[in-house]
Design a protein around this ligand. Sequence first.
Ligand code: DX5
Ligand code: ZN
Length: 224
Amino acid sequence: MIQILPSILAADFARLGEQVRLVEAAGAEMLHVDIMDGHFVPNFTLGTPITESLRRVTNVKLDHHLMIEDPDTYAPVFIKAGADCVSVHYEVCRNLDRTINMIREHGAQAGVVINPATSTALLENVLDIVDYVLVMSVNPGYGGQKFIPNSLCKVKQLARMRAERKLNFAIEIDGGVGTENIAEVAKAGVDWFVAGSSVFHAPDPAQAVHDLRRQAQQANFVKV
Ligand code: DX5
Ligand code: ZN
């Protein structure tokens, strides 16, 4: 099912509750929350106080993207704070199968994320245990970057693997998605679209959510 996930990294943190209500009223059913530790990526962002605050003001699903070196320690902490979905980077997990199962045992949906330089082939042995796969379409660390076109090939590969093996994981994309490219991204097979700047830097974030969803749904309907 098509979902637009506004990424709060691009929101105005001084008005976070208000901004969340805007996109929720526009029909967003999930929010994307970027957690960065300054080690795996060259930036810091949010911690559990933000997750707890969000949990108090909204019932939408909180999708946590852990761009951190130690997801085994912190995934349970974010789940306890209110995360519904937690994704971990392939590049940092030495025991990925164990980490994914641990997230699910803590009651959250589990996702695996791959960076632009990481191949989809490396996920072959976990596709049957993940709830979703997140394809990074920019190098993680910052909002507002340019979409890397090769990400579409990776989405198509994953969609093919999913169909061939009759699996159900969702395909999520993150980085540089906006009205100029969402139709093409949807046609490649994406279900969940993270949108930071294209929602919260738009003059009307609610309208931006509507426009992105309409374009993604139309493209999905006509995909071959
Ligand atoms: C980047 C983050 C993204 C970011 C996307 O490392 O993972 O979620 O918020 O922002 P936009 O949509 O502006 O590229
Ligand atoms: Zn993200």
